[in-house]
Design a protein around this ligand. Structure first.
Ligand code: UD1
Ligand code: MG
Length: 458
C-alpha cells in the first residue's frame, strides 16, 4: 500500500573523524560495496521511488561521484556548515519543495537498513501519520535519542544530552530513520530551532512540532542489527559481520551447501545457484556468478568471475575479473585465471597462470603452464584450440595460437603459432652420456682436479 511517491533524503555530510581515514566515512565498504551505496540500494527499492537527494559535506567530491555512479539521477546537495540533522535535511530544500509524497530521511552511515522496513515507515505515513520514526532497543543506549511514547503515539524524542534521568532510563531509542508526510514536511522543518544542549537543529524536534499542530506521530520498532550506525573501524567490522551472516543465510536458504558458513566471505552481488557447494574458507569479491552444482574448494579467491555448471575450482584457486569457466571445467590448486574463457570440460589442474586467453573445449593445460601475456608494454592474447594438450611447464608467449588437438611438449617456450594436430617442441635437446656418472666417481676417488668438467668434455 505505497502508491504515494517517495523521496529519500540521505544525510552524509559527516566528517567521520573517528574512522581516522583519508577516505570519507560513507565510502568505506562492507560486502564489497560503499556504505552509502547500501543505503541508496535500500532507498531505491519499493514502489514510486523518486531520484534520491543526497546531502554531502563540502569538498566531498568522491562521495558525489560514487552517488552518481550508482544513482545517476540523484540530486546532490552540499551542506556547507554542519549544524545538525534538521539543518542537513533542509540543505535539500529544493527537492523537498517539489515533492508532496512521503519523505524518508536516512543516514549514509547506517548501511544495514532493509527495504521492507522503509516500506513499513512509508505505509505508516500513507495511512495517516505526519511523521513515523524508527525505534530500536540497543544493548547500550548511551548516545542515542530516547523515544517518549504514549500508547501508539510518539510524544517526543529526547537527545541524551537534553534528557533527564527518567528519560535516560527509556530503552526504546531513535534509529535515525524517519518518514515525513511531504505536504507538511517543510512547514515542520522550518520551525525547528537550535535551542538545545548542542546548539544544533535537531531533526528529532519534528516530533513535538507535528504533535503541536495536531498531527499524528508514530514509532515503529526494528532490531538493532538493522540500524547499526558506523563511526569507527570496529563498528565497520561489526556491520560487515552482520551483513555476511545475512548473505550466507540467504544462500543457504536458496539451496547452496556451505560446509562451514562462518568462514565464507561473500559480496552483496554474489550469485550462487542451487546445489553449489562451497568448502570452508572461500572469499568472493564483487561480480561472481556460480552456476548449479559447481564446487568451490577451500581457500579459493574469486572476483568478477563466472563459474559454469558442475565446474570444480580449487583448492587454492584464484579467479580474477573476466575469468569465465564453462560447464565441467576443472581449475585446480595454485591456478590463476584472468580475462580468459575456459571452454567446456577443459582442465588446468595445477600451478598455472592463464590470462588474456581462450582455452578450447576439453583441452588440458599441464602443471606449471604460463601464458606470457605481457611484454612490458601491452597485453596479448593466447588461443588454445579444442582438445589441445599443453605439456607441463610450458611458456606460451602471446600473441600465440595453438591449433585444435595440437600437442606441446613439456618445458617448451612457444613463440610461434602451432597448427592443429601438430607437435611443437621448444626446448633444449636432451643429451645422454653413457657411463658418465660412474666415470666421475672414479676420477674423484683418484684425486683428480676438476673431475666433473673433464668428464663432461669427454
Ligand atoms: C542522531 C539522532 C539520535 C539518534 C541517532 C541514531 C538527531 C538530533 N539525533 O544522533 O536521536 O539516536 O542519530 O544514530 O537527529 N549529519 C549531517 N549534517 C549535520 C549533522 C548530521 O549530514 O549537520 C548526518 C551525519 O553524517 C550522520 C547523521 O546525519 O550520517 C546523524 O548525525 P549524527 O551526528 O551521527 O547524529 P547523532 O548525534 O548520532
Ligand atoms: Mg551518530
Amino acid at each position: 500500500m505505497h502508491a504515494t511517491p517517495r523521496l529519500s533524503v540521505v544525510l552524509a555530510a559527516g566528517e567521520g573523524t573517528r574512522m581516522r581515514s583519508l577516505t570519507p566515512k560513507v565510502l568505506h565498504a562492507i560486502g564489497g560495496r560503499a556504505l552509502i551505496t547500501h543505503v541508496l540500494a535500500a532507498a531505491g527499492q519499493g514502489a514510486g521511488t523518486a531520484a534520491p537527494a543526497v546531502v554531502i559535506g563540502p569538498g566531498h567530491d568522491a562521495v558525489a561521484a560514487e552517488v552518481k555512479r550508482i544513482a545517476p539521477t540523484a540530486e546532490i546537495f552540499v551542506q556547507s556548515e554542519r549544524r545538525g540533522t534538521a539543518h542537513a535535511v533542509l540543505a535539500a530544500r529544493a527537492a523537498l519543495a517539489r515533492h508532496a509524497g512521503v519523505i524518508l530521511v536516512l543516514f549514509g552511515d547506517t548501511p544495514l537498513i532493509r527495504p521492507e522496513t522503509l516500506a513499513r515507515l512509508q505505509d505508516a505515513v500513507t495511512t495517516g501519520a505526519a511523521v513515523a520514526v524508527l525505534g530500536f532497543r540497543p544493548v547500550d543506549p548511551a548516545g542515542y535519542g530516547r523515544l517518549v511514547v504514549d500508547g501508539d503515539q510518539l510524544v517526543a524524542i529526547r537527545e541524551e544530552k537534553d534528557a533527564n534521568d527518567a528519560e535516560k532510563a527509556i530503552t526504546l531509542c531513535n534509529a535515525g530513520v524517519m518518514a515525513l508526510d511531504g505536504t507538511h514536511a517543510l512547514t515542520i522543518l522550518d520551525r525547528i530551532d537550535d535551542r538545545n544542549a548542542k546548539h544544533e537543529f535537531y531533526l528529532t524536534d519534528a516530533v513535538t512540532i507535528a504533535r503541536a499542530r495536531g498531527l499524528s506521530v508514530v514509532a515503529l520498532e526494528t532490531e538493532e542489527d538493522e540500524v547499526r550506525g558506523i563511526n569507527t573501524r570496529a563498528q565497520l567490522a561489526e556491520a560487515e559481520a552482520v551483513l555476511q551472516k545475512r548473505l550466507r543465510q540467504q544462500w543457504l536458504d536458496a539451496g547452496v551447501t556451505m560446509v562451514a558458513p562462518e568462514t565464507v566471505h561473500l559480496a552483496v552481488d554474489t550469485k550462487l545457484a542451487h546445489d553449489v557447494v562451497i568448502e570452508p574458507y572461500v572469499v568472493f569479491g564483487e561480480g561472481v556468478v556460480v552456476e548449479e552444482g559447481a564446487v568451490i574448494r577451500s581457500f579459493s579467491h574469486l572476483e568478477g568471475a563466472h563459474v559454469g555448471k558442475g565446474a570444480r575450482v580449487g583448492p587454492y584457486a584464484r579467479l580474477r575479473p573476466g575469468a569465465d569457466l564453462q560447464e565441467d571445467v576443472h581449475v585446480g590448486n595454485f591456478v590463476e585465471v584472468k580475462a580468459a574463457t575456459i571452454e567446456k570440460g577443459a582442465k588446468a589442474n595445477h600451478l598455472s597462470y592463464i590470462g588474456d586467453a581462450r582455452v578450447g573445449e576439453g583441452a588440458n593445460v599441464g602443471a606449471g603452464t604460463i601464458t606470457c601475456n605481457y611484454d612490458g608494454a601491452a597485453k596479448h592474447h593466447t588461443d588454445i584450440g579444442k582438445g589441445a594438450f599443453i605439456g607441463s611447464n610450458s611458456a606460451l608467449v602471446a600473441p600465440v595460437k595453438i591449433g585444435d588437438g595440437a600437442y606441446i611438449g613439456s618445458g617448451s617456450v612457444i613463440t610461434d603459432d602451432v597448427p592443429a594436430d601438430a607437435l611443437a617442441l621448444g626446448r633444449g635437446r636432451q643429451i645422454v652420456k653413457d657411463g658418465w656418472a660412474a666415470r666421475l666417481r672414479k676420477e674423484k676417488s683418484a684425486g683428480k682436479k676438476k673431475p666433473a668438467q673433464a668428464a663432461i668434455e669427454r
